[in-house]
Write a protein that binds this ligand. Structure first.
Ligand code: PNS
Length: 165
């Protein structure tokens, strides 16, 4: 059984993430989407909220071989513990490449059994990022083309509460 990990901070999950997760689910027998921390980011949504949003998105997309998890340690260790043979990442543009390349090499050094597989984003999602979603929503803009429809009320509500604080 070929198991792949789709790691990320998912703060929050976007339609771009769902597209990558869907395409990974067609390539592998099982896909584990794992919410992790990125040392250079301070998440707006808690780990529990990010997992909950992902679970709803996976359900809406009807992806039966996809599960959602979270992990606070190293991705390479997590991949080993789940017997995964691949880490799947989405690449939007050349600007993503240097950082992703560095992470892929580090992860291979830490766990030579796991390959990083890059899926190029679709043209529709090239510009999309979680930080863009947060910026647009915080300023009252329409994010319905950016996030799964079932998540719209949760994300808007969370950002409204943030601006009220
Ligand atoms: O969605 P992001 O923020 O680009 O995802 C980055 C993430 C969370 C996958 C990365 O920061 C990560 O792998 N964090 C876990 C800790 C780890 O293993 N760090 C070393 C990676 S080379």
């Amino acid at each position: 059984m070929k198991i792949a990990i789709c790691p990320g901070s998912f703060d929050p999950v976007t339609l771009g993430h769902v597209d990558i997760i869907r395409r990974a689910s067609q390539l592998f027998d099982q896909v584990i989407v794992v919410v992790m921390s990125n040392v250079s980011k301070s998440p707006l949504f808690s780990q529990v909220e990010r997992m909950d949003l992902l679970q709803r998105a996976v359900k809406e997309a009807d992806l039966h071989n996809v599960t959602v998890d979270c992990y606070d340690g190293l991705l390479a260790e997590y991949a080993h513990s789940r017997r995964a043979t691949a880490i799947v990442k989405g690449l939007r543009a050349m600007s993503d490449f240097e950082y992703e390349f560095q992470m892929a090499l580090t992860n291979r050094k830490l766990n030579p059994e796991v390959e990083t597989v890059f899926l190029t984003t679709t043209a529709d999602h090239m510009y999309l990022s979680s930080s863009l979603v947060k910026q647009v929503a915080l300023l009252g803009g329409d994010i319905s083309d950016f996030v799964p429809s079932c998540l719209l009320p949760y994300i808007i509500d969370k950002l409204r509460k943030e601006t009220e604080q």
